[in-house]
Design a binder for this molecule. Structure first.
Ligand SMILES: Nc1ncnc2c1ncn2[C@@H]1O[C@H](COP(=O)(O)OP(=O)(O)OP(=O)(O)O)[C@@H](O)[C@H]1O
Ligand SMILES: O=P(O)(O)OC[C@H]1O[C@](O)(CO)[C@@H](O)[C@@H]1O
Ligand SMILES: [Mg+2]
Length: 531
């Protein structure tokens, strides 16, 4: 255990009052043997309205791996569960705190109830039944009455990792402006070229004047990369430079990396806030309503679909194929299809399809061409990978971050369609393939995404200033929240093909579901609950 880490106060019984029952440190055998115990919460203010008797505090260490995340869970009556995020005072109990400087900011001081109530939490599930448990909640994001940094002591850094996404520059801009204008922070630097930039590149100074109009440009002014996550080198660098707020913008891989950085920072007992801002054009990050840049991507995809449609309808038996992003999740393809209404078939990774035979894609294409004379197919990049793998080799390759490198479904599918209709069916078709992937990723974000980026960035800044750490700032049911890293990285957000949204798409395109009769029967028949 790091010498500066205080022992946690804990009990093997549910806490019925504010008492502290047993003390043990994180690395003690006692800690390891317990997977579920109560901890006292040293931070003042929670819970103020609910009585302590209503609540049970648990800190659940992932027993599978000692290096795994420590979960901070608060349970209340009626099945209320708060999956809380770490706070400095969990491991640095005697830190001083200060009044939030926003109190004296003329723009904000007139706002009624500007500060978020310490007890506010946001439910993950908003549709409930009369007797259903209240379920998982997340801590509400926003400015707090007290902060754990004095403005002149803050030294913040910002890093962007993973693939490009519209809105990256807006988030950078709003972090810089939020820190400067709301909290008077003067020392902010950008880490260049993703995680490896911490130890392999110089930092660049950031200030409102420098970032003033970067949101009008695509990409990230800081640069980005995959791979290069060396946690010890990164944290050594943070420590050596005296950085005490780290803002990390990136997708699922990046948030995993942020979690590891946070764990190392906590192990060393450093007062360094680690805040993640989720970025994923694919919209595949779990828990959050939607990721920034997603709406921009769907909007821009319309241009490619329109072009495919114009090409297809101008010739005899015209087929337009458009490949859109989505490695594991077909959200962009699904929403772009629903928005366009010119699409006759949408193929996504979550819904396996087949080409030949009854109910297959070729049969549907032929029907559509006979009915309409042309058609448009939208295919997500991760769709049909098993089919391609069966006909081609070179599966199993990975990029620098360990992400599987996919085979180009758009080219493959276009070729298969051409082969089938021209060689086998002896039918003349005119196929045009459009891959707008990198054109979509590289544009600046649209207005609504810019506002979303602004609120996300400000929420992250408020959280870090208030002493929260090890969190991802995210929108849950329309409210800004702080979500523990493990919650956004443990699984991916995927299109659920048994949900209404996919059904809407099927009914809008009239495409086959490609599901077998047995499968449909199986999902319709409710299973017996396990005895
Ligand atoms: N499990 C992990 N532990 C530590 N670092 C990781 C982990 N997974 C990924 N990273 C690091 O996070 C960074 C970004 O990861 P990745 O390239 O997978 O992009 P991403 O954040 O998932 O974004 P996207 O996939 O949307 O482009 C890389 O520098 C990578 O080394
Ligand atoms: O070519 P790159 O930069 O590795 O990124 C491609 C991947 O990035 C994403 O756009 C996600 O950021 C995926 O949709 C795509 O597979
Ligand atoms: Mg990823």
């Amino acid at each position: 255990m790091h010498p500066s880490l205080p022992p946690l106060a804990m009990s093997t019984e549910p806490v019925e009052s504010e008492q502290v029952v047993v003390e043990a440190d994180h690395d003690s055998p006692t800690w390891r043997q317990l997977s579920d115990f109560s901890v006292s919460v040293s931070r003042k203010g929670f819970p103020s309205q609910a009585s302590y008797a209503d609540l049970r505090f648990r800190s659940v260490k992932d027993m599978g791996s000692l290096a795994g995340p420590e979960k901070k869970i608060v349970e209340g009556k009626l099945g209320y569960v708060l999956e809380d995020v770490p706070h400095f005072t969990d491991y640095l109990p005697d830190l001083p705190n200060y009044p939030n400087p926003l109190q004296d900011n003329p723009a904000y001081s007139v706002v009624k109830k500007y500060f978020v109530n310490e007890d506010d939490t946001v439910p993950q599930k908003v549709v409930v039944q009369i007797n259903s448990p209240r379920g998982i909640h997340f801590r509400r994001g926003g400015p707090r009455q007290r902060v754990y940094f004095e403005s002149e002591d803050v030294y913040a850094c910002i890093v962007t990792c993973g693939g490009l996404c519209p809105g990256l520059n807006t988030v950078i801009r709003e972090l810089v402006c939020g820190l400067s204008y709301m909290y008077g922070v003067k020392k902010i630097v950008g880490i260049q070229g993703g995680y490896r930039g911490f130890y392999a590149r110089n930092t660049i100074p950031l200030a409102p004047k420098i970032v003033n109009d970067i949101h009008k440009r695509g990409g990230t002014i800081l640069g980005t990369s995959r791979g290069g996550h060396d946690v010890m080198k990164i944290v050594d660098n943070i420590q050596d430079r005296g950085i005490n707020q780290v803002y990390i913008i990136g997708g699922d891989g990046t948030q995993k990396g942020a979690s590891v950085i946070f764990e190392e920072i906590r192990r060393r007992g450093l007062k360094v806030a680690v805040a993640g801002i989720p970025k994923t054009i694919d919209n595949d990050i779990a828990v959050i309503d939607k990721s920034f840049g997603f709406d921009t991507a769907v909007e821009e995809a319309q241009r490619a679909i329109n072009a495919a449609h114009v090409e297809a309808e101008s010739v005899e038996h015209g087929i337009g194929v458009v490949k859109l992003m989505g490695r594991y999740s077909g959200f962009i393809a699904m929403y772009a299809t629903l928005a366009s209404r010119d699409v006759d078939c949408c193929l996504i990774p979550e819904s396996p399809f087949y080409l030949e035979g009854k109910g297959g894609l070729f049969e549907y294409i032929e029907k559509r061409l006979k009915e309409n004379g042309h058609m448009v197919i939208v295919v997500a990049e991760g769709a049909g990978q098993e089919l391609i793998a069966a006909s081609m080799r070179s599966m199993g390759r990975e990029d620098a971050s360990g992400n599987k490198l996919l085979l180009d479904v758009g080219l493959w599918l276009s070729q298969k369609i051409k082969d089938h209709f021209t060689s086998k069916q002896k039918m003349t078709i005119n196929l045009k393939y459009i891959d707008p992937t990198y054109m979509i990723r590289a544009i600046p974000s649209i207005a609504s995404d810019n506002v979303y980026c602004t609120l996300l960035a400000q929420s992250a800044v408020h959280g870090a200033m208030a002493g929260y750490t090890g969190f991802t700032a995210g929108l849950v049911n329309g409210r800004h929240t702080y979500i523990p890293f493990y919650r956004v990285t443990e699984k991916r957000n995927k299109v659920i093909i048994t949900d209404r949204m996919w059904a809407r798409l099927l009914s809008s395109t009239n495409q086959p579901s490609f599901l077998s009769a047995e499968y449909i029967e199986e999902i319709k028949t409710p299973r017996e609950p396990p005895k």
